[in-house]
Design a protein around this ligand. Structure first.
Ligand SMILES: [Zn+2]
Ligand SMILES: [Zn+2]
Length: 263
């Protein structure tokens, strides 16, 4: 409970682990310098596909996107240690960047993108078709009600299928779906697993990196509530991340995983 008081000012990545019955956290400190560097690089090049030569840059990766109607976005940096002792820097953006799940030089989503498209694309087309048909019908038409129901069912089904693709890993080598982590009674809030912290931790866990620090910051036009401001750093979020990050951080720094490398 004493953690509650500290939430306001704290940074870093934290979540509640059901199996240990306690919070696990990862401080931001060791990733802070790398995060400042990344902000500088992004602002200087005004695009996020930094590893691509300027002439081949994807216009969709421009930083201008962050100042448009979609508003800004969270970015994150994880500094980790490889089994050979080398330090590795990973970076991630939250959700999609201008419709892109994958951008060169950035950690991808926690799910397999090909499988995602197999599940998502066809269903999404059908849902859009229904939306189209619904819009053409008068508000009181019986058929409209039926189509609305059908669309709702389809959307929920698709959501469940997509959530099943989110198999999160931790540093004990365990895997669990969002539903398994959150418990069966709770619904899964939209966007759970799409923040920077879960993307970065997933990549680290799958590639045998021991996380040393994780720092998240916001770039672009402030969000609707004003709670996120350009160039500011934030702790991992309470609503989507706190309930899953305990699982994901479980085992970080446990000697049985990476003997001699942890601290
Ligand atoms: Zn989050
Ligand atoms: Zn734990």
């Amino acid at each position: 409970m004493k953690e509650k008081k500290k939430q306001r000012g704290r940074t870093g990545t934290v979540g509640f682990c059901q199996s240990c019955g306690q919070e696990h956290s990862l401080p931001a400190a060791q990733a802070q310098e790398a995060a400042f560097q990344l902000i500088k690089n992004l602002e200087r090049s005004n695009r996020i596909d930094l590893s691509i030569p300027a002439l081949q840059a994807n216009p969709r990766c421009s930083l201008d996107y962050l100042w448009g109607p979609a508003r800004g976005k969270m970015f994150g940096v994880l500094v980790g240690q490889a089994p050979n002792g080398e330090q590795v820097h990973l970076r991630a953006f939250s959700g999609q960047y201008n419709g892109l799940w994958q951008v060169p030089g950035w950690v991808g989503p926690v799910f397999d993108l090909n499988t995602f498209h197999q599940v998502h694309d066809q269903e999404e087309r059908e849902i859009k078709k229904l939306t189209h048909e619904i819009a053409e019908l008068p508000a009181d038409a019986q058929e409209r009600q039926e189509l609305l129901q059908a669309r709702k069912k389809k959307s929920q089904q698709l959501m469940r299928e997509i959530h099943n693709l989110y198999q999160l890993c931790n540093f004990h080598g365990q895997r669990a779906s969002l539903q398994e982590i959150l418990g069966l009674k709770k619904g899964v809030p939209t966007g759970t697993g799409d923040c920077c912290a879960p993307k970065l931790l997933q990549h680290a866990a799958l590639h045998g990196l021991t996380p040393l620090g994780l720092s998240e910051f916001y770039l672009g036009k402030e969000n609707a509530s004003g709670a996120r401001q350009h160039g500011c750093f934030y702790p991992s979020c309470q609503t989507k991340c706190y309930p899953i990050l305990g699982f994901m951080l479980c085992g970080v720094g446990h000697p049985e995983k990476t003997p001699g490398e942890t601290r």
